[in-house]
Design a protein around this ligand. Structure first.
Ligand SMILES: *Cc1c(COP(=O)(O)O)cnc(C)c1O
Length: 497
């Protein structure tokens, strides 16, 4: 059955999947949502016999209904190949009674690779299907990991350009080095003087700037988004929850049909929303456990029903979760409002105005499957140390937030349901924070010395992505104020008269 996508804010006509991928964001500022969530049409037993690529096809074909089988399989094969350093693509590691779903084996060693390896292929295929002649300009705000994963995905892809804005003082040194060393003639990396929310709000403004859109058209360009609001990001993320479940069944660790809880370290709410979609497709997921760092807007939201971004922004050791406006939450709000675009629009207007909204009791009742909690900086570091000392398994800071929250959930509920924790980054991406958590003595060491020491401690080879940046030259040094983002874009595309 064909699935069409419409805006969470009710504007415009419903569009096909390929059009939604090209547009990224709806013209009215809303996010595209499928008109219904399709049910898995393969049994768990069948899925348990499949590779990652095969599972991905079974999930994605249900959403991207205007792609042919050949097109979709081609995109999948181009994405999930030797760029990943493990054949299974998303392996599970068992430690201290939980299963860590390692989503960091791609080109940039963070989970964003799971979707951003395939997005460029989906986008080019979508452009071809829709007779798009313009060059596609990917505009992205990043809290660190999206930027590099998008750059790696789109670099030198014919017919595309990519511009990435990141908070100059809000990403880890390794994250920054990864981005500013990015090769590819079609790439631009810009550090802004502001935080991630400033970058994201600035990008959203550019997307809805009709004057700029007109200049772009004249120049032969059109924008699209690689941010997690693009359904071409969301849909590929559903696949690994299905794959993880199927893997546990294949390995005899879970009975087909048995409930499985998932814990997700959350920022923009994309990853956990994908788990929610998987659950609504019929995958036997139990609780959806949403883990936040000290920017605990979501914890407060699940606890009180009020979303309130009016608070101090905290820079933490898990920067990819330092977010006060979780964009993808809008898709959940729309859903629990009963697919009511008017209600959703009203709440989003309150968010952009007063910075706060409150959902109804009825909507809160629809959130019963979610559990939210958070981890402080001290708790996160203690969790890294605890797991290393007890099992020799080294977590990155984001995954450690999730692991901490899982511990709190267990203490509170004594729920014995088997649990998968989404492991969203390699510890090598946040080496200094990770090593300092294990022992303060490491603070004196240099960045790459620490990398080698981590490799020794964790008994894991240094990932290719880190080896590469040891000696790579910096090729991007543009910085700007938030108010100058538009000019930076116009200059890069030579739109200035
Ligand atoms: C992006 C990111 C997250 C947050 O994921 P969302 O989908 O934005 O909630 C968590 N951990 C890491 C390492 C990330 O890169």
């Amino acid at each position: 059955m064909e699935i069409l996508y419409s805006s969470t804010r009710g504007g415009g006509e419903p569009v096909r999947a390929s059009e939604a991928i090209l547009k990224g964001l709806s013209a009215d500022g809303g996010l595209f949502v499928p008109d219904h969530i399709p049910a898995l049409d393969k049994s768990i037993e069948e899925l348990a016999g499949m590779t990652y690529q095969q599972v991905a096809y079974q999930v994605m074909k249900l959403y991207l209904t205007d792609f042919t089988e050949e097109e979709l399989k081609n995109c999948i094969d181009c994405a999930y190949d030797a760029k990943f350093d493990t054949e299974v693509i998303a392996p599970l590691a068992e430690a201290d009674g939980a299963y860590y779903l390692e989503l960091f084996h791609g080109a940039t060693i963070a989970f964003k690779d799971m979707a951003l390896s395939i997005l460029p292929h989906l986008m080019i295929t979508a452009a071809r299907k829709n007779q798009v002649k313009n060059e596609i300009v990917i505009l992205t705000a990043t809290s660190g990991d999206t930027g590099k994963a998008a750059l790696a995905g789109f670099a030198d892809v014919e017919g595309t350009r990519i511009i990435v804005f990141y908070p100059k003082d809000g990403v880890s040194p390794v994250q920054e080095k990864q981005m500013v060393t990015q090769k590819g003639k079609n790439t631009l990396v810009v550090g802004i003087h502001g935080n991630f929310d400033d970058a994201q709000t600035g990008v959203k403004k550019l997307f809805s700037d009709s004057g700029l859109a007109e200049e772009m058209r004249e120049g032969g360009f059109q924008f699209s988004s690689a941010n997690s609001i693009n359904i071409g990001r969301l849909v590929p993320q559903i696949c690994y929850y299905v794959f993880a479940y199927a893997t546990l069944v294949r390995e005899g660790k879970l009975a087909a049909g048995e409930k499985l809880n998932v814990v997700v370290p959350t920022g923009n709410f994309g990853n956990i929303l994908a788990a929610f979609y998987a659950r609504n497709m019929g995958l036997p997921i139990g609780r959806l456990i949403c883990a936040s760092n000290e920017n605990k807007v979501l914890y407060d939201f699940f606890r009180t029903g009020a979303y309130d971004r009016n608070r101090e922004f905290v820079l933490t050791s898990s920067p990819s979760m330092d977010i006060l406006i979780s964009s993808n939450l809008e898709r959940l709000i729309y859903r629990i409002a009963g697919d009511d675009a008017d209600k959703n629009r009203e709440l989003m207007a309150a968010l952009s105005g007063a910075g706060r909204y409150e959902i109804t009791e009825e909507m809160r009742a629809a959130l019963a499957d979610f559990y939210g909690n958070y981890a402080t900086e001290e708790e996160t570091a203690a969790e890294i140390r605890r797991l290393y000392e007890s099992c020799g398994y080294v977590l990155d800071t984001h995954t450690a937030v999730a692991s901490t929250v899982y511990g709190k959930y267990l203490a509170e509920t004594e729920d014995g349901t088997k649990t998968v924790i989404a492991s969203t980054a390699s510890p090598f991406k946040f080496t200094r924070s990770v090593m300092n958590a294990i022992d303060a003595k490491y603070d004196a060491m240099g960045d790459f010395e620490l990398v080698d020491e981590l490799s020794r401690l964790a008994n894991v080879p240094v990932p290719r992505a880190i080896e590469e940046i040891r000696s790579a030259p910096v090729v991007h040094d543009v910085q700007c104020q938030v108010g100058q983002m538009k000019d930076v874009v116009r200059r890069f595309l030579k739109l200035e008269q």
